[in-house]
Design a protein around this ligand. Structure first.
Ligand code: UGY
Ligand code: MN
Length: 241
């Protein structure tokens, strides 16, 4: 029970690692029989908000104030009259009145972001749902030991991307990345070592990471089972100022 003040959680100027022992739950306005663990928000310097919503049977998350992406981690949720199970996901554009309803206990990763309009483009206006297992994997830069699944359509109407990345044990990013996009990352299974800035962290299922723009980053998967994470990034807008 007592860790004598020790945790793997860390907060540095260009990244945040939050491990489940430090999660704090609170209801959000518009929630019923549910609670949120707010992993990152503008309060920490991010330009999006990501939280885990935990629902009891009959729980509800009301409509978002911004566009919203939901990925079901476990249990079953209903959105826009559709039942979504673990590995299913949904997108709701700004202004959507859709709620998220739990028929039984469930957990979901929720990403919300104010929409950044393209000067001469049509905004994303339709909601959609999908199933991760039906999305074709792409090898990362030709490496079949790292599979990337794109959950948001490749369309400039969307100002963010959400992918899953699955690493076979021993697979690693081919380089230390440092880029203008920020990331929200939730470990879904397995584990490994994440380099963030000048630090190397052991990470595992359940951990959350925020990487600020230009945070040097690298991951290598360890253990006997694949490591898999859900990763958000701002996309299609980086050169707009
Ligand atoms: O999409 C990405 O930038 C991804 N390769 N980054 C990461 O896994 N940290
Ligand atoms: Mn990256």
């Amino acid at each position: 029970m007592h860790e004598l003040g020790h945790t793997r959680s860390a907060h540095r100027h260009n990244h945040l690692l939050l491990t489940p022992d430090t999660f704090v739950r609170a209801p959000l306005p518009g929630m019923r029989n549910a609670a949120a663990i707010i992993h990152v928000a503008p309060a920490a310097g991010a330009r999006f908000t990501q939280f885990t919503a935990e629902f009891e049977e009959g729980g509800l998350l009301g409509p978002a104030a911004a566009q919203r992406f939901v990925y079901v981690i476990e249990g079953e949720l209903e959105m826009n009259g559709r039942a979504l199970a673990a590995g299913d996901f949904a997108y709701f554009p700004s202004g959507s009145k859709a709620s998220v309803i739990a028929k039984r206990g469930a957990r979901a990763a929720v990403i919300e972001k104010p929409y950044q309009q393209l000067l001469d483009g049509t905004p994303a206006s339709d909601s959609f749902t999908g199933r991760e297992s039906l999305v074709s994997p792409e090898p990362l830069e030709g490496d079949p030991s790292i599979e990337v699944r794109h959950l948001v359509p490749d369309d400039a109407a969307f100002d963010f991307a959400v992918n899953t990345m699955t690493y076979q044990p021993g697979a690693a990013l081919p380089m230390v990345e440092s880029h203008v996009m920020e990331h929200g990352l939730l470990m879904l299974s397995g584990g490994g070592i994440y380099r963030l800035g000048e630090y190397w962290y052991p990470v595992q299922k359940g951990d959350f990471i925020w990487m600020a723009p230009y945070c040097p980053q690298w991951f290598g998967a360890l253990g006997k089972t694949p490591a898999r994470y859900l990763i958000y990034k701002d996309w299609n807008r980086s050169i707009i100022f």
